[in-house]
Design a protein around this ligand. Structure first.
Ligand SMILES: *[C@@H]1O[C@H](CO)[C@@H](O)[C@H](O)[C@H]1NC(C)=O
Length: 295
């Protein structure tokens, strides 16, 4: 249980953050401008299977939930890639923190898939080797992903951060990275066609749905209530696909508010680089208001 000092600290921080988020015009909700790049590129976002087909089988639903998480990861990549060269010296420490939060989120997501989700799904689906292609996709970007974090971690001072160098490293694995996050969604959808796939409405189908659901919740919470959780919520665009996912992930509004504002208060300086505001509206990328830092 947190002590009262922690509670008071977080409450004050939360109030300050709420004030800041509401008052600072740079932080105000703003749809992506047509002239500046936003977090929907260079990596294209994923069209969710449910939006594309209206199917409601367990694999379409599981893949759709996964697509929401993957889109937040892609918006994270894009927000870092787009802003990196524009970050001012003053903002560098927080930007490095934001980029490292993204890295840890992706790494944790990957490890959790390999260790927990993939074996469980394989068991409930009843065919082995269904993740073989996915393993290979993972391997194709893991080194580049680690290089990104290594670059950030070895900086003697935040001042030494070079946004063009970060971009260069990210470019080295961008293609297999983006391809994987799209491909895995198609892979999950395709499990519905396996001869061993659970029959709709069967006990096995209920089990399979439960695997995706409990994994999804656990994997996000594991990334940390002051790190991965605010990162995810601030990179979920509630206007995406005509606003069909505005209420995802399902939770009462005050809980969501607390996760963003109280959980987010601890590292509040980082979140100005996120692609969406505290209510989930897309906003202009913060650092793009500054010129590029040509050395
Ligand atoms: C899915 O359903 C919605 C609402 O009924 C409809 O507007 C949309 O066109 C459908 N999409 C497809 C691909 O069938």
């Amino acid at each position: 249980m947190p002590g009262w000092k922690t509670v008071v600290f977080f409450s004050i921080q939360a109030l300050m953050l709420a004030f800041f988020l509401n008052q600072d015009p740079k932080m105000a909700a703003k749809p992506p401008s047509s002239t500046k790049p936003w977090a929907d590129g260079p990596c294209a976002l994923i069209t969710t299977p449910q939006y594309a087909t209206n199917k409601t089988d367990i694999f379409t639903l599981g893949a759709t939930h996964m697509a929401h998480i993957h889109n937040a990861i892609l918006r994270g990549y894009n927000s870092i890639y787009q802003q990196a060269p524009h970050v001012t010296d003053e903002d560098k420490p927080e930007f490095i923190g934001y980029a490292q939060t993204w890295f840890r989120f992706v790494k944790s997501h990957h490890d959790d898939e390999e260790q927990e989700l993939f074996p469980q799904v394989e068991e409930v689906v009843g065919t082995s080797g269904i993740w073989d292609a996915t393993h290979k996709e993972h391997e194709a970007f893991l080194t580049g992903l680690s290089n990104t974090n290594d670059y950030l971690a070895q900086l003697a001072e935040a001042f030494d951060f070079d946004g063009f160098e970060l971009r260069r490293i990210m470019s080295t694995f961008q293609e297999p990275f983006a391809a994987h996050f799209h491909s895995e969604i198609k892979t999950i959808v395709s499990f519905a066609d396996l001869p061993t796939a659970p029959e709709p409405s069967s006990v096995k189908a209920t089990q399979a749905a439960a695997v995706f659901k409990s994994w999804g919740k656990k994997t996000v919470m594991k990334t940390g209530s002051t790190e991965g959780v605010p990162f995810l919520l601030l990179n979920l665009d509630k206007t995406y696909e005509e606003g069909k996912w505005a209420a995802w992930p399902p939770m009462p509004a005050p809980v969501r508010w607390g996760l963003v504002n109280v959980g987010g208060a601890y590292h509040w300086g980082r979140w100005k680089f996120a692609s969406c505001d505290s209510s989930g509206m897309p906003r202009e990328l913060y650092a793009l208001q500054f010129p590029e830092n040509k050395k």
